[in-house]
Design a protein around this ligand. Structure first.
Ligand SMILES: C[S@@+](CC[C@H](N)C(=O)[O-])C[C@H]1O[C@@H](n2cnc3c(N)ncnc32)[C@H](O)[C@@H]1O
Length: 201
């Protein structure tokens, strides 16, 4: 999966119809047992810790901007979406897998079945593009993120996450000049990325 993640991020031919079908089938099959992070034993949910840390400590370091519209990209069953809902006015979740989407609590947010290599969003219309354990499609991510917007990258298990990129790899993969901030939190890692042009550099 690490190899596939790197190919999708760096190789223009890294995403094909064949690969899309295989990935869709894979996550459809995983959906019934995908963790919900409703942890009755009180253990820390694996996405919550890095995501809330990124929102609490990382996002305030981005150049100031009004940020209302957030997307949980490849949001799966929506286990992380609630943490965006508590911070942003307008939140949606997209995923390739119908079986994942069908498990999102319906009232939570609008759900959109879409391939992140071709998003159904206007250019520059997204203030916060959040990817938790999800492939990075750099051109499409950069297209939809507003000039003052941010990309938030979460890996629940840090470098042990199957779909993992370092913060530096995310910066390098995104077209144009990006910079940001990164940290460890719990078992995970996070990074928040913004366009360097926002800093006047
Ligand atoms: C490892 S899961 C992570 C799900 C969720 N973000 C989480 O942390 O629980 C990766 C998700 O990305 C979705 N996905 C994979 N490729 C995608 C694509 N091209 N477009 C949209 N979603 C995709 C999968 O269906 C799956 O739900």
């Amino acid at each position: 999966m690490r190899q596939v993640t790197l190919q999708i991020a760096f190789d223009p031919g890294g995403w094909s119809d064949d690969r899309r079908h295989k990935i869709e089938e894979l996550f459809d099959s995983l959906a019934p047992t995908w963790p919900t992070d409703d942890t009755p034993d009180g253990t820390a949910p694996v996405v919550e810790v890095p995501l809330t840390d990124a929102l609490d400590r990382g996002l305030p370091l981005a150049p100031p901007a009004e940020r209302n519209r957030a997307i949980d990209l490849g949001g799966g069953n929506g286990r992380a979406t609630g943490y965006l809902l508590s911070r942003f006015a307008d939140v949606a979740l997209t995923d390739l897998s119908f079986e994942m989407l069908s498990r999102v609590r319906p009232a939570l947010v609008p759900r959109v079945q879409a391939d992140s290599s071709q998003l159904p969003f206007r250019s520059g219309s997204v203030d916060v593009l959040m990817l938790a354990n999800m492939f990075l499609f750099p051109s499409e991510a950069a297209r939809v993120v507003a000039p003052q917007g941010v990309v938030i990258w979460i890996n629940s298990w840090g470098p042990n996450t199957p779909i993992h990129l370092t913060a530096q790899e995310v910066d390098e993969a995104l077209p144009g000049d990006w910079s940001g901030v990164a940290a460890n939190a719990g078992d995970g890692t996070w990074s928040v990325h913004w366009r360097s042009t926002q800093l006047g550099t």
